[in-house]
Design a protein around this ligand. Sequence first.
Ligand SMILES: C[S@@+](CC[C@H](N)C(=O)[O-])C[C@H]1O[C@@H](n2cnc3c(N)ncnc32)[C@H](O)[C@@H]1O
Length: 231
Amino acid sequence: MSAEELSDGIFLMDIDGRKVLATRNLVPCTSVYGERLIGEEGEEYRLWDPKRSKLGSMVLKNFEIPITYDSTVLYLGAASGTTVSHVSDILRDGLVYAVEFSPRSMRDLIQLCDQRPNIIPILADASKPRSYAHIVEKADVIFQDVAQPNQAEIAAINSKYFLEEHGHLMLSIKSRSIDSTASPKKIFKEEVRKLESGFDVEFEVLERKELEPFHEDHLGVVARMFVDDED
Ligand SMILES: C[S@@+](CC[C@H](N)C(=O)[O-])C[C@H]1O[C@@H](n2cnc3c(N)ncnc32)[C@H](O)[C@@H]1O
């Protein structure tokens, strides 16, 4: 076995000749969603299933991941915390604000936060950032996975409220949540166009790739908020 660090806190492990994704476990001996724990040279790693995580799949699709060990992350669409738990592993000296509007998922998320003090759970609708503006500080990275028809708009308004100048937006766009009959490629093109020039905040799209074979009809996007330095 060996562990190669791909980016801050994210590892590719070689297990019996198979390459698997993992993060270093912040809470040793504790699995979050049934994932396997692996000990290696005095450290414990949690395997990270890219089929259960858009962020995990973006790592394996070779996106440059802007999250570092001391980042402040705003995570929109946290569900019960599968991916948020891996973000929490990465953030040894950082913080993740986890927004979710389903009370059922929030119950599980709160249990996760009992063990992981670097996760701040927020029960709120991500399309109403003003409702949590008193809790959330400026973020270096916004990660969004909300499967809503107005995904780009939700990303833009949250960036306007919370993203640091030159901060990064990471977005998973699910075409079927926008239109289940139109061509995904056409939808992706239009959503990227909206990010570039459709709102009163604009983004420079740094990378965009479809998330197959891990997630069908999903586009991963990494963008940087555009700031006009001449203002
Ligand atoms: C695909 S799941 C997220 C899975 C999660 N990101 C993970 O990898 O573990 C989408 C989640 O977004 C939540 N969601 C959808 N619209 C939302 C909104 N407007 N505000 C907050 N959460 C929302 C849903 O309740 C659901 O839990």
